[in-house]
Design a protein around this ligand. Sequence first.
Ligand code: GCU
Length: 635
Amino acid sequence: MILAFVLTSNCEPASKELIIREVDGVPVFIEYGIPYFTRFQETSHYQIDLSGLWKFKIDPENQGEAERWFEQDFDDSDWFDHPVPGAWNIQKKEWLDYVGAGWYRKKFKVPEFIKGSFVRIVLDGVAFHSDLWLNGIYLTHHSGGFTRWSLDISPYLNYGDENILVIRVDTQRDYDTLPPLIKPSRPLGWWAYGGIHRQVIIESSPRTTLCKLAVDTDHQGKIQVKGVVYQSDNLPASAEIKVRLYEPDGSLKETLYKGILFIPAKGLKAFKFERILKGIKPWSPSHPENLYKLEVSIKSESGIETQAIKIGFRKFEFKGTELYFNGREYFLRGINRHEDNPITGPVQSEAVIKKDIALLKELRVNFVRTAHYPNDPNWLDACDRAGILVETEIPLYQVGWSFKSLRSAEKSRLYFNSARMLIEMIERDRNHPSVVMWAVGDECFSFFPSIRRLYRRLIEMAKRFDPERPVTFAIFVVPYGLTPFFEISAGLCDVIYVNQYLGWYFRTPEEVDQLLDKIHKKWPDKPVIVSEMGAGAVLGKKPGGKLYEVGYSNARDFSEEFQLKIYQVQLPIIKSKPFVVGIVPWVFADFRDDKRIHNPIPQMNLKGLLTYDRQKKQAFYLVSEFFAQIEKEYE
Ligand code: GCU
């Protein structure tokens, strides 16, 4: 059965409501008047990559609009040449901790021959909020710096000629933005890098084009495909669809689907099918080479397009308090990781990704938590190829730690911004075999009903777009094992995600024993993952000497021995709990953290198993040996 929907004008301003169309039971997110587009790893579409030097100027006084910096012929010759992808914080010392607005201007040409096609601008990450002008015309506003979004710019381009794209970027936060402000004096908790820190491309496709491809599989060859075709034209169209599956070695395995669709003008039509395939090689951390290619080609009056994604046949599921992967009991050897390094800051260059993946492999991990925001899609591609499972999350971070922040949880705007980023994240990342779980927040004050309501609505939205994957959020631990007593929301999760720093911020490391038992007693039918644990250390620092305040009226010496002790004591205790299915230390590598002004290296979170420049601390070796033992048990 095929249902169609008709959409109205281009570049609609940012709506205040989430617009979701059900096309034959397939939810399609509508943003700026067009459907949200799946990210394809291969495409026949004509693309212009706008990476390179852009003109840049910070705007601390917010003069840019009044002085019309968006005008086509505005003279930006004395502006700074800023590399994109890039963050302004690492371009100049004086911009390192600049929070506010910055303007980017880019001249580019588009060829005449794409005139009449459907042309989008696709942005993968502009932090945190952006306003766009093209050739002096204001297009729209987008809030959220970590997910892909796109606009139909077909009507605004100078074809065969020069165009000027202007983006005003802003890193100021408010109580209802993501990441949210908790209170004016409270730092974020990582570095508020600002700028166009991921790729921007101009993409031209036929006016009849595939906008959504959602694929679910299991390790026994089941494949379920839902596709939605968009007709961007004012005329209806018919489209010939072909779906092919290629083996990991590149040879054609099978044509899975052939069909003809009739799409009304400005409309959407869905196709879907389900098959059980023979001779499938399951994807897993020990067999990441089993990546298949799923290709969809569409032939219509407006042209031919072929697009493809890499998929894996795998199954990740919780059963009672246990975790199963591809039908076998499994355990997550995890790590938290921020997108931050001393050379490119947040930018995930090929070299950064390659190096960090190699270090994850050395650490013997099979799971990474993208603390606390959707990561660069190229990182997820690398996790698919390396066989590292991923939990990816939205930066709904520590909401409720002030009265105003708690009030914002009641407000529609915070829900809107959270749900929109959640949908963008799911629709962008859902086809990755490495992505096994979504998280809708970290350490919000989930003792309160308003936070519980916010979480419940977000979990429902996640399940609407992806009924398959488990969903969770991380809870924090209060002293004296009272967490289970006050925690009223964690039961909404498919797995209890516990951030605990016993022995660092307060109490003793041994108390993790009772804490986990109490948590299990409160949620006896839920698996538990220790989603954060650890301690700060400076490479080579010996015990003793000056103590540094860490909060909760505690001070620590930041010696490697202290960090090591926390792991030596807690890892065996945590692993001994049959209901615990994963351990995820905080954190892969030290990172810039505006909260840590008292640390031995100020404004650096020093809980890394590696230093900022990726030197191994003693704890790295201990954790990797511990994980190697577990690996033998399960792989
Ligand atoms: C929290 C939080 C992290 C933070 C860490 C820490 O649990 O989720 O973002 O950096 O603890 O205290 O270092």
